[in-house]
Design a protein. Structure first.
Length: 82
């Protein structure tokens, strides 16, 4: 019985330490107040011009969160569904 109790306490301690360490390694990306953001037309994520992948449509810049979203947007344009 003692063995099971120690095993349970060890597991709980392991989970606590693991959760504390997982939170310490996540880099936080801050957006400065007043910085301009744009919404990706494919997935809806907001991006800053510095982090965005930029596409152009009729001379106008369109900002995307990734190259994959830009490619999906171009596929929709080519198929005529936009």
């Amino acid at each position: 019985m003692r063995f099971l109790l120690w095993l349970l306490l060890g597991y709980i301690g392991f989970r606590i330490i693991k959760s504390l360490l997982a939170g310490a390694h996540k880099p936080e990306k801050t957006v400065l107040a007043g910085s301009e953001t744009f919404q990706d037309p494919v997935c809806g994520i907001y991006v800053t011009p510095e982090d965005a992948t930029v596409g152009r449509l009729e001379g106008q810049r369109i900002y995307f969160c990734s190259r994959e979203c830009l490619d999906k947007y171009q596929e929709k344009l080519n198929s005529g569904s936009i």
